[in-house]
Design a protein around this ligand. Structure first.
Ligand code: SF4
Ligand code: MG
Length: 324
């Protein structure tokens, strides 16, 4: 399998803030990996390092085999077409002085490509907008339409990898599903790989092939979607999933969320040992001093970092048993 993305031991510190602290992640060509975790866990920072809006403090980022970790602007240019990003807030990410057509065509203009206006029309049509929208200004469009414009711009260069950072969470609930469906259709039709950053777990279940769970700058569990949803091994993953809405109301009533009590600790001085120990309902003494190694616990590269999980994936379950 060829890899669209390889992130090895990625570190991003902002002064004393250890936003990302050793993340290793691979995305196969054409597959979707969801990156989940609370606000402040470092998910967006990982995304920004991958598209090189940030230069990582340490580790490596390889796009389709090419190490782009420390390339300068000029040397980064040939790799620009391989990766795009869609941000949470389309209003903030679209230049209000440009027409929609200029915005969507900009990546191709930077690559000095020809026939840009035909490509712009095609890209707009692909995201469900009429080509005439190219003459309009972003502020004349609705939030959902603006996010479609960002997606059109991100995909016009036919990237191998799309980073989608909470692409629907700033939109009206009424248009979220449509934008999500659009992304799913485009991914299937165009076959790009995707790092889907979100805290919408129902979207993850719908879109992702694999799930990576981030806690305070590190990955605590990752693996195939069915394994993560069916038998989450890490207490934090179990807590996160226990709070997710499910379609069946009876199951929703039976499920009770695991309450983590304290807020996410500061990334300036993260807890020693397992970073989750200050909130983990089953922490033991070892957890306070010894950093748990990441281990493979099953099929399809299911990995977890927790002292109490056994090699066969059995171990603690912090979810309350549903009362019948
Ligand atoms: Fe909880 Fe310890 Fe496992 Fe960390 S290593 S998740 S504190 S049991
Ligand atoms: Mg974020």
């Amino acid at each position: 399998d060829s890899l669209a993305l390889e992130v090895e031991d990625l570190v991003m510190h902002f002064g004393p803030v250890r936003a990302v602290d050793g993340v290793t992640l691979r995305i196969r060509q054409g597959s979707v990996v969801a990156l989940v975790g609370e606000s402040g866990s470092g998910k967006s920072t990982v995304g920004r390092c991958i598209v090189r809006l940030l230069e990582p403090t340490g580790g490596t980022v390889r796009l389709a085999g090419a190490d782009i970790t420390h390339l300068n602007r000029r040397r980064l240019r040939p790799h620009r077409r391989d990766v795009s990003i869609v941000f949470q807030d389309p209003a903030g990410s679209l230049d209000p002085r440009l027409s929609v057509g200029d915005i969507v065509g900009e990546p191709l203009r930077l690559m000095r490509r020809k026939d840009i206006s035909a490509k712009v029309s095609e890209s707009l049509r692909r995201v469900g907008l009429r080509p005439e929208v190219a003459q309009r200004a972003p502020h004349e469009l609705s939030g959902g339409q603006r996010q479609r414009v960002s997606i059109a711009r991100a995909l016009i260069s036919e990237p191998r990898l799309l980073v989608a950072d909470e692409p629907t969470s700033a939109l009206d609930v009424s248009v979220q599903a449509a934008v999500l469906n659009l992304l799913a259709d485009l991914q299937r039709d165009l076959g790009f790989a995707c790092l889907f950053i979100t805290h919408d777990l129902s979207a993850v279940e719908y879109l992702a092939d694999e799930v990576a769970v981030m806690y305070l700058g590190q990955l605590v569990e990752q693996g195939p979607r069915a394994r993560i949803f069916g038998s989450p091994a890490h207490p934090y993953t179990q807590a996160l999933l226990s709070a997710a809405p499910v379609p069946d109301p009876a199951e929703q009533r039976a499920r009770r969320p695991v309450l983590l009590g304290d807020d996410l600790p500061s990334a300036i001085d993260p807890p020693p040992g397992c970073r989750f120990h200050t909130r983990c309902p089953v922490a033991v003494d070892t957890c306070r001093t010894v950093v748990p190694e990441r281990r493979t616990i099953g099929e399809g590269g299911h990995q977890v970092a927790c002292h109490l999980v056994n090699d066969d994936g059995t171990g603690p379950d912090v979810r309350p048993v549903a009362s019948q």
